[in-house]
Design a protein around this ligand. Sequence first.
Ligand SMILES: Cc1ncc(COP(=O)(O)O)c(C=O)c1O
Length: 466
Amino acid sequence: MSIDSSASTDTVQLDRERIRSLIEREAAALDARTQRSGAMYRRASQALSGGVASSYQARDPWPIYLTSGEGPIVEDIDGNRMWDFHNGFGSMVQGHAHPAIVAAIRERVALGTHFATTTEDGVIVAEELQRRWGLPKWRFLNSGSEATMDAIRIARGLTGRDTVVKIFGSYHGHHDAVMVSIGVEYDKIGDRENYASLPYGAGIPKEVSDLTIPVPFNDAGAMERRIERLESEGRKPACVIMEAAMMNLGVVLPEDGYLEAVRELTRRRGIVLIFDEVKTGLAIAAGGATERFGVEPDMVTLAKTLGGGLPSAAVGGSEEAMSVVEDGTVYQVGTYNGNPLGMAAARASLEHVLTPDAYRHLDALNERIVSGCQRVIERYGLPGYAIGIAAKGCVTFSPTKIVDYETFKANQDVDVTELAWLYNMNRGIFMTPGREEEWTLSVTHTDESIDAYVQVFDEMAAELTA
Ligand SMILES: Cc1ncc(COP(=O)(O)O)c(C=O)c1O
């Protein structure tokens, strides 16, 4: 069951001055408790650009450097132990150092870690993904970006077309075709019926970003009208790539009938439908969003949770979609694809960790955290709502329901979101940074960790409204 408590109740007017002074106080407290991270940052910056391995890890004045994790707990370089709700940007639904995955990796590592040939574990993982997603053919890769890059190439190879339709505000990785119309200033979006193709950062040729056309989420009519116009301009799309539930505006669930309508219109028009399940896959159900919402795409991309912390990804597709890979029309390649270590971890995860029981447990935790947070919201009259689906969820600080990028940008309270992150970090809750992010629960989380989260939220709400 997904839980969406966005029906709003009477809310208080928050004191902006108080929010700002709480942010200042909490930021100073976090600096004080993470002094070794500060020192590591100064050292790391001498060799690593910005002191980090990926710009998404950067933070002002310094990032928090972790040393270890076990089950639902992580420890930072200053020795702060925290419940992990970040879980490696949503990768560690298995929890840290899960014994079944550790054992599989240990056994595999002694047998050799890379041959650039397919191992039996890879075949078993493909068979299991085939069973869970109902898509017949699979290939492996090493990151979500590679998965969406290859899925788009396969769709282009199959259709002989270049245009890609995506959802405005969605993130699908860091290659040129999808680094378009993600987080931008509100006034640059353009008209809803005709959103702008805006490159996300420098280094993306305009000729490439112009091939990607954004449309609003939860609006199949707008998608179809845009596709009709593209067709009349001789730019019929190869594919629509989308998350079935958006996971980078907090969590935004599909409205009733939306996915079915997208499925129907893409099928009728001969456009490949790709569900990017890098975040949803294996996190919201055994068969991801595809199972949860009961709508079958032509292709699926997986990464994050698949490898249990090792860099593994997958593309699955219909016989027709994958025929261009099988007949050699499209090169789907990579030295590390199906790496033995990643496949051993993925197999152990699928066979022993992410079982039907695990999803029952995640659903129960989701129920507890969403209803707990919603009770706090109602008790203090906060403008916001709690929303969740299995391992993923968040409190959205917005007086109205977020259904797409425009409603997110116009209504989300950025300051309270920033305060909530600092507040959590100072009270033993390691949370994903960034206003677009959500929590990820793991199978090792318990009621105790959920109650800790709700308790910290309650404390913040009390201070905010005192
Ligand atoms: C939906 C979605 N697709 C693709 C990606 C890219 O995955 P990766 O960072 O492994 O390249 C992400 C990363 O956050 C994502 O959230």
